[in-house]
Design a protein around this ligand. Structure first.
Ligand SMILES: Cc1ncc(COP(=O)(O)O)c(C=O)c1O
Length: 364
């Protein structure tokens, strides 16, 4: 007997998720480059659709998010019945964990994988199992070697956050082929739109042709709708059915649905955002390397910058220096990178500003 209610086993082992900082006290102009948000904002049509919902806040949303699933289905050529929406892909990742994991089960993720995976796993009482990476990249052989009779789910961010690395579709298929059929492979493709590589696939084909693969996507990154919380998953019919039984009946709000439909239809805005990222990701990689900093080659909308081990020019010192000048990057010690910062690709002004500030910092 205890004197107060106790959370289920595993809950108090959770290290709470720490979001990116958003303010720099005392600085007039702040550039938030800590949460992989798009510097170009959402489609103006999405903003307009969002505002229009304000006239009818008394109405419940469509719990099935039918229009949104139709819009996603039309954009990707998918059956809307095999799409499920959530309040951000976080919601869907948690929903998957709650639906497929229980006490004593195991879920695999990679060393520097997205921190929501162990949180979602522990929240169910299951155990997160870490598979080693190779060159900061998911290693299919290590993931397969980590599978035990208790494994129920494999979470793979492709591309991964915070490393920005990815594995090819051939490798994803090899991973799938090596997994027992009862293990659910979750392909988290939050940054898929940004990837410009011929050997990359988000996973649609694999979901379509198998019974144990789910692909999750988000409106928070390329669509610039992080604030409304919207994500979606494409899954086999039996998985959609199970997830629909567990999810909250109105887990996506009305404003998110309308903004999402408009964003999904505005392909020009997506293309413009991708082009901006392509240009400035390459520029940042080149300029930061030129400064003598090591950067992990990224295919996302962010870049992992490793700092010298001399103490004076550490990631913590760089973070302070940049913060005093209004540039907020992300500390990634919690991801196992105590001496690196993750920078989101920003506006031209922000990108040039960070490179100029780091040039001075490294001279100091
Ligand atoms: C790899 C990855 N997956 C999922 C998410 C969650 O995005 P959201 O819950 O905003 O859809 C993020 C956000 O940072 C991410 O980096």
């Amino acid at each position: 007997m205890t004197s107060r209610p106790q959370p289920r086993p595993g809950v108090l082992d959770i290290a709470p998720y720490v979001p990116g900082k958003s303010s720099a006290p005392g600085v007039a102009k702040v550039f938030k480059l800590s949460s992989n948000e798009t510097p170009l904002g959402p489609s103006p049509k999405a903003i307009e659709a969002y505002r229009a919902v304000g006239a009818h806040l008394e109405d419940y949303p469509d719990g099935a998010a039918g229009d949104l699933r139709e819009a996603i289905g039309a954009a990707f050529g998918l059956d809307p019945a095999r799409i499920i929406c959530g309040a951000g892909s976080d919601d869907l990742l948690n929903l998957i964990a709650r639906t497929y994991l229980a006490d004593g089960d195991e879920a695999i993720h990679t060393t520097h994988g997205f921190l929501v995976y162990p949180i979602a796993t522990r929240g169910t009482g299951a155990k997160p199992v870490v598979a080693a990476e190779m060159d900061y990249t998911a290693d299919v052989d290590a993931i397969l070697a980590a599978v035990t009779p208790r494994t129920k789910v494999v979470f793979l961010a492709n591309p991964n956050n915070p490393t920005g690395t990815y594995i090819s579709f051939e490798e994803v298929k090899r991973l799938h082929a090596g997994l027992p059929p009862h293990v659910l492979l979750v392909l988290d493709a939050a940054y898929a739109e940004y990837v410009r590589r011929n050997d990359y696939e988000a996973g649609i084909e694999l979901v379509s042709n198998s019974q144990n693969v789910v692909m999750t996507r988000t409106f928070s990154k390329i669509h610039g709708l992080g604030g409304v919380r919207l994500g979606w998953a494409y899954a086999p019919a039996h998985v959609v059915d199970a997830l629909n039984r567990v999810r909250g009946p109105f887990n996506v709000n009305a404003a998110a649905i309308e903004a999402g439909v408009a964003a999904m239809r505005d392909r020009a805005h997506v293309e413009h955002t991708v082009a901006h990222n392509e240009q400035w990701l390459a520029w940042l990689t080149e300029e930061l390397t030129r400064l003598g900093l090591r950067v992990t080659p990224s295919v996302g909308n962010f870049i992992l910058i490793h700092f010298p081990e001399d103490g004076k020019h550490s990631a913590a010192a760089a973070d302070d220096y940049l913060g005093e000048r209004g540039y907020i990057l992300r500390r990634v010690a919690g991801y196992g990178f105590p001496n690196a910062l993750r920078m989101t690709v920003g506006t031209e002004e922000a990108n040039r500003g960070v490179v100029a500030a780091l040039t001075e910092f490294l001279k100091s």
